[in-house]
Ligand binder design. Structure first.
Ligand code: BGC
Length: 829
């Protein structure tokens, strides 16, 4: 990983801002400043459309089918893949000043600023430009993708001549089938689809226009519509014209200096695979009407209110490192944008910020994104799981094709069909099924949402449990083995008894058995017999978890620790990521780990390892892990914190947090890494906050690294809001809403009530030998001076500190598992 020398953006607690335009970084900032709400997303392309890094407008779940050809095919290989479509671009607002097109590549750009405001939920742009013929103008725009009105985006666009009256033409457009720059050869990049949209209808009338298109193979229909509110001089002229792939509203005026031409552009997007063209057309027209009725100011205040509520439930405050404070809020904002209004569509690995990974969703969502949403925006977590449930028939069909029972969910997909053409790291990565089940169990435990359990959760658990029962078998020694699968580490494939997979399958089997017994009325519908439940429990109890007694560590999969260790000494820095420079064959037979695998098992199934095993395993796998996936640093942060390597955890936390802001993997241009961003929250809350939720109960073992003076976070749990504040010596638990809650602090059970917060000491750490990483692969050390960068901009108000309502009572730390006494709980009198 490159060393982080200075922050890429000025440090500010609630905004990410750029103050100069760097054309070579345009594609990266288009991803970083992208706006989305889970239903649709707009890359932060400049209003005038050019120059661009990569134009992008995406609809959640909207895709085209593309063939997956194989030089040597095989039974059960998916024949078609799915790829996200760059749909109709509604962002374009072109400007001509005195016959000169406004284009920052020509003339003089006197001032440029863009700001993503994380509380207002808008992207602002302020520019001063002098045309090649010497006309100076100020252009400003504010863009939002509404969280409240799911189909709606809006842009406030203002032009102000600075040196004399100027003739101004604004062309506001909807453009379909934009030409895209040709992609690179990175396997993680998207497949380019040329002209994926077929025109169905275009309408342009006065200040409004609409385009309807369909896809050829996937048979989906989409509509984009726009309407304008124009405030200009009395002679302002407006006209509209339309073509198959372009509709345009042109606004012409002669604007005096100090006066402004002010245009509000309302946009609406909709799509369907079932509804008719008139239905979709009318849907976007209705959405536009509502947006116009709400008005620009109304949309802004709805957006603010939505985000105030979100931050109230989700904010993480970090004292001692302003840059990471900014990064954590940026991360949470993007996680919200990826899922907030997805409403039963997949949440993709890049959200709706870019076409990377073809817009596919992976296990990333359930393992990294949903834990965050479960505790901060539970409805979004529920909807993502309901989407999985909607695809259950496809997963059942896939299981049948593979000769298995139950459901086999796809490794990567948009609609639900398997779209991975590389089965060793696709179909064979069966752990995705247990990851989905784990997310179901976590959501149910945290929400108590019985309706979800009855309607979707139970069936997801049952069908995934059936898969494990048929994929594994009891061997002659009575051990339940799951052979020939791929775990999270993609530098190993088709291995026997991957510890992560087996432990997650074990939890899946038990969760299904428990759920079936909780709903005696439902198993009949799902045809679950008592024998089947007993078989799941037997398999779980007999689950084989290999252990290398000679080394005293768990092999990632059976036999792993006997493989030759990869020669890290001779690997050159530019050979990373290894997947781009070394044949998989070579990686698969050596001990080299792309991303946390056994270490992830120690996080999610921490209940299955002793403290001593965790420390030994962590040290062993640290030496082998190269972090060629952005998913790894988070997990390494969590376990490093648990075993007491707090400064190392802090380095990993910073890496996860700055993955996109500092473009550490050099591919943020394709979209931000939603799982790594979500992982930033996980590293803070499960790492330094020590949150674990193994049995549906919350437990904490918080500890701060030396650089941080305080960490505060909030969790929603079964109708309550819990606030946890961690300081170097003590942690304070405050219940903000809801009935009393049982939690554990370093193993000690507590009851937190609304009456008063409880403060508990943090036990001292015993010193330990620091773990080492492969040469050149240690995370960048986060020095204190980096942590001390302060916000200089007076516009940045300091973050609001959360003060407990009444003074906390302080209790000593206790490792015992005793229940709290009535005194401890300080119940309200
Ligand atoms: C990782 C996978 C992940 C995918 C999408 C790959 O590089 O190895 O675990 O699901 O990226 O983020």
């Amino acid at each position: 990983m490159p060393v982080i020398r200075h922050p890429a953006f000025p440090v500010a607690p609630w905004a990410v801002r750029e103050t100069e335009l760097q054309l070579d970084r345009l594609a990266q900032t288009e991803s970083l400043f992208a706006l989305a709400n889970g239903h649709f997303g707009l890359r932060a392309n400049l209003d005038e459309g050019e120059p661009f890094g990569l134009p992008g407008t995406y609809l959640g779940g909207f895709y085209e089918i593309r063939p997956l050809p194989y030089p040597e095919g095989g039974y059960g290989y998916p024949e078609a893949g799915q790829a996200v479509v760059n749909v109709t671009n509604g962002k374009i607002v072109r400007l001509l000043v005195d016959d000169e097109p406004f284009d920052v590549r020509y003339g003089e750009l006197r001032r440029h600023e863009r700001e993503l405001d994380l509380r207002a939920g808008v992207l602002r742009r302020n520019v001063e430009w002098v045309s090649p013929t010497g006309r100076a103008v100020r252009v400003s725009s504010t863009r939002l993708v509404s969280f409240s009105q799911r189909a709606v985006a809006a842009i406030l666009y203002e032009v102000e001549p600075l040196d004399g009256e100027a003739p101004v033409v604004v062309q506001s457009e909807l453009v379909a089938n934009e030409r895209l720059p040709s992609g690179d050869d990175d396997p993680r990049a998207a497949a380019a689809l040329a002209s994926p949209l077929r025109s169905e209808l275009f309408v342009a009338r006065h200040t409004s226009a609409l385009l309807v298109h369909s896809t050829r193979a996937s048979g989906l229909t989409m509509a984009a519509a726009m309407a304008h509110v124009i405030d200009g001089p009395p002679d302002t002229d407006v006209s509209a014209e339309g073509f198959e792939d372009l509709v345009r509203v042109a606004i012409t005026a002669s604007v005096a200096p100090g006066r402004r031409l002010r245009i509000v552009k309302f946009l609406a997007y909709g799509w369907s695979g079932q509804r008719s063209l008139p239905a979709i057309r009318d849907q976007v027209a209705a959405a536009l009407s509502e947006a116009r009725h709400t008005g620009w100011e109304g949309l802004l205040s709805q957006q603010r209110a939505y985000l105030d509520d979100f931050w109230d439930r989700a904010d993480v405050e970090i004292d001692g490192d302003p840059e990471l404070q900014q990064a954590v809020r940026f991360a949470l904002f993007h996680v919200l944008q990826a899922g907030a209004r997805a409403e039963q569509r997949a949440i993709a690995a890049k959200g709706l910020t870019g076409p990377g990974y073809d817009g596919h969703t992976f296990w990333d969502t359930e393992t990294f994104v949903l834990p965050v949403l479960t505790y901060t925006a539970p409805r979004a977590a529920r909807d993502a799981l309901r989407w999985r449930h909607l695809t259950l028939d496809l997963a059942r069909e896939r299981a049948r094709t593979l000769g298995l029972q139950g459901a086999a969910f796809p490794w990567r997909t948009i609609r639900g069909q398997e779209s991975s053409g590389y089965w060793p790291a696709g179909t064979a990565a069966f752990h995705v099924n247990a990851d989905i089940a784990d997310a179901v169990s976590r959501y149910q435990a945290a929400s108590g949402d019985e309706e979800f359990e009855r309607e979707a959760g139970l069936e997801l658990l049952v069908e995934t449990a059936r898969l494990w029962r048929s994929l594994g078998h009891l061997d002659t020694q009575g051990r339940f083995r799951i052979d020939g699968v791929t775990g999270p580490d993609e530098y190993s494939a088709i291995a026997d008894n991957n510890v992560y997979t087996n432990l997650m399958a074990q939890r899946n089997l038990r969760a299904a058995a428990d759920a079936a017994e909780r709903h005696p009325d439902r198993p009949g519908v799902l045809a679950v017999s008592q024998d089947e439940v007993a078989a799941w429990r037997d398999a779980a109890d007999a689950m084989f978890v290999p252990f290398d007694a000679d080394l005293g560590v768990h092999p990632q999969a059976e036999g792993f620790t006997q493989h030759e260790v990869w020669n890290f000494e001779t690997a050159r820095p530019e050979q990373y990521p290894l997947l781009r420079h070394v044949p998989y064959f070579e990686l698969y037979r050596k001990q080299v780990v792309k991303q946390a695998d056994l270490v992830l098992a120690m996080h999610l199934r921490g209940d299955a390892f002793s403290a001593e095993e965790k420390a030994r395993n962590f040290a062993y796998y640290e030496r082998l892990t190269v972090r060629d996936s952005s998913l790894s640093a988070t997990t390494q942060a969590v376990i490093a914190a648990e075993i007491g390597e707090l400064d190392l955890a802090y380095d990993y936390f910073a890496e996860a947090a700055l993955m996109d802001l500092n473009d550490l993997e050099h591919n943020t241009h394709d979209g931000v890494h939603i799982a790594s961003l979500a992982g930033t929250w996980i590293a803070a809350v499960s790492g330094f906050g020590g949150l674990r939720d193994h049995d549906g109960h919350l437990s904490f073992a918080p500890r701060l690294p030396a650089a941080l003076t305080r960490l505060t976070f909030r969790l929603s749990f079964r109708g309550r809001r819990l606030l946890v504040a961690v300081e170097p010596e003590r942690a304070t638990y405050s219940l903000l809403d809801g009935p009393p809650l049982e939690i554990a602090h370093f193993g000690r059970q507590m009851r937190v009530t609304r009456a008063r917060p409880i403060a508990l000491q943090i036990p001292a750490l015993s010193p330990r030998e620091p773990a080492t990483q492969p040469p050149g692969r240690a995370p960048a050390r986060r020095s204190r001076s980096q942590a001390q960068i302060v916000a200089h901009d007076p516009r940045d108000r300091p973050p609001e500190q959360t003060k407990p309502r009444s003074p906390a009572i302080t209790l000593p730390a206790d490792h015992g598992d005793r229940r709290s006494t009535d005194e401890d709980t300080a119940e309200a009198a």
